[in-house]
Each structure stands twice: as C-alpha cells, then as structure tokens.
Design a protein around this ligand. Structure first.
Ligand SMILES: [Zn+2]
Length: 326
C-alpha cells in the first residue's frame, strides 16, 4: 500500500516471480544492515500476499477487504512477533503461539504470515521452538525473519530459511530518498548518508538527534589534535559527555579510512574537509597502524570498563602520529 523503495525493486521482482511460479519458501530471512528498509519490505510482502487483487507489480491494491483489514491493523492472518514492551527478547510464549498456529484452521486468506522482528532477539528456547516449525512448516504459511544481525541467529535456523540479503543502495538512489523524505539537501544529504554508513533510512533519526552538528564538532576536535596541542584529556572528557566510546570509534574509523583512501587516490575528493591537510602529512604505514588500533579498540569497547582512559590513550596516539612522531 506504499511505494517500493527503489533499491528493493530487483529483490521484489525476483520474489514476485517466485510467487507466480508457486515456489514461495516457507521461511524467508531478510538480512542486512539497519536502515535499509527490511521491515518495510516484509510488511509490503505480507500485504502483497494477503491482498485479493494485487497490482501487476505485485503490490497490494489497498482497497479490497483484506487490505482494509491490514490497514486497520486487524488482519487475522498477519502476526507481528516482536519483543514485548520494555523487553529485549522475543519471548518463548510469542513463538509458541506461532507454533500453535499449526493446529488452528487457516484463516480467511490462503496465507498466514508471521513477521519476527528483530529475529535475532529470540532467546535460545524461543529459537528452539521456532526451529520445530521450520522443520515442519505450517501449510500455507510464511515466516519472515527480519534481522540486522543474522550472524547471531543459530545456524540451524538460518539453514532452514531462504535468505534475502539487503545491500546498500547506490549513492544516487540513497541521496534522492534522503532529499525527498527529509529536509536535507545535496551536500548535507551526502554527509548524512556517510554518517549513516550508507543506510538512508537511518538518516531521519540522525537529523532528529542533531547528529550532523555533533559529528562536525567532534571532527573539528579531531583535526585540532592533529595540527596543534589541543588538550587530549579535555577533548576526551568532552567527547564522552557527547556520546559513547563505540560511537566515537566508529567516527574515527570513518575519518581515518577517508584519509587513507585519499592518500591512495590523491585525485579523489576527501569526504571530510576539516581533515584536508592530513593525507599529505600522514605517514601511510602509521595511518594503517592507527586504523588497526581503532578496530581493535572497537572490538573491545563493549566490555571496556574505563572508556575515558581508553579514549585518552587513543587520542594521544593520534596526536603523536599526526605530528609525525609515530
Ligand atoms: Zn488488496
């Protein structure tokens, strides 16, 4: 009942073809980074399958009785399974209910559709319960597992689903979407897309949180450390008031990667203007070493008991590398 996202088009067409051939799988794993519209796709697919007279491209008509039920959120054959409010995990009871659907008579449509989102939030017992259903599918049913961390799902589950992998859209499609759906324009849209690691649907939340402004403040500090003796301790302290260590590391990794890219291909435009003197000044090997150091810190950052100390030591190293001391 809503338009397809442009970068979903080819997956959608492939799946509609599968459907016309009567080869729809019983379980589909929609996997890929956050912010690519997987949940949106799952919902559109469910609507498409339940609609009485979908359009030629397979999209739901929005007007038939099934579509009206869907719009009202009361379609008996579509179940949305998610963690209960305030909980992190999809409960075993929610999955048992789904499994119990096995014994119920099929509702008015030819399909019963379950959307588990995020599927990786199932605990072990919930996953085991689901596994039984995947091994003995309910006739006429489709289970859609939506996950931004499919690697966290048990292999036994993954191997029983057909995987639909969502990849980053091309920059043109992504920027057009951002411009049409947020107030951001051209250069700003491009920067936001970069902060969102290429996932356009993550951009509205970034705008909401004034993330571009924050990012530019942090980037200014990072550049200042490189050119003079800005107080590393003070900056570290300020940064951690702004955001978390993992988030800061993500940014530093993006900046360093951009500097290295620009060093390797001097003709390319550096994505972050405040860093523009750095590709020339920075030793390539040291830059790579520092990038490794950042990745290492990122791996450990979840369990880091003293983020401030960790951050200070990283910024100190950055200050040394940038001044050519190694
Ligand atoms: Zn319809």
């Amino acid at each position: 009942m809503s338009d397809l996202l442009p970068w979903h088009q080819s997956s959608w067409n492939r799946l509609q073809k599968t459907r016309r051939q009567g080869r729809m799988p019983h379980a589909l794993l929609l996997s890929g980074a956050q912010g690519l519209g997987k949940a949106h796709f799952a919902r559109q697919l469910a609507e498409s399958l339940l609609c009485e007279q979908p359009a030629d491209d397979g999209l739901a008509c929005g007007q038939c009785r099934q579509c009206l039920l869907l719009k009202a959120g009361s379609h008996p054959d579509l179940r949305q399974v998610e963690p209960e409010e305030g909980k992190q995990q999809i409960s075993i009871d929610a999955v048992r209910e789904l499994v119990a659907g096995n014994t119920l008579s099929v509702g008015e449509g030819a399909h019963r559709i379950f959307i588990l989102d995020p599927a990786d939030s199932m605990g072990r017992s919930a996953a085991n319960a689901l596994l039984k259903t995947l091994e003995e599918p309910i006739p006429g049913s489709l289970i859609l597992l939506v996950s931004s961390h499919a690697e966290r799902l048990p292999v036994t589950i993954r191997s029983r689903c057909q995987t639909l992998a969502f990849t980053l859209p091309g920059e043109g499609d992504a920027i057009t979407w951002i411009e049409e759906n947020t107030g951001a324009r051209s250069e700003q849209a491009r920067q936001l897309l970069q902060l969102a690691s290429g996932a356009p649907l993550s951009v509205p939340a970034l705008i909401e949180a004034d993330e571009l402004q924050r990012h530019n403040r942090l980037l200014g500090d990072f550049a200042a450390i490189a050119v003079d003796d800005a107080s590393v301790v003070q900056i570290g302290e300020n940064w951690l008031k702004e955001t978390s260590l993992p988030h800061l590391l993500k940014y530093m990794i993006a900046w360093l990667s951009a500097i290295i890219r620009s060093k390797m291909t001097p003709a390319s435009q550096l994505a972050f203007p405040p860093l523009q003197t750095l590709p020339e000044r920075l030793d390539l090997i040291l830059a790579y070493q520092f990038l490794d150091r950042l990745y290492d810190a990122e791996r450990k950052s979840m369990n880091n008991l003293n983020p401030q100390l960790a951050l200070e030591s990283i910024l100190l190293e950055w200050s040394r590398i940038a001044s050519g001391e190694g």
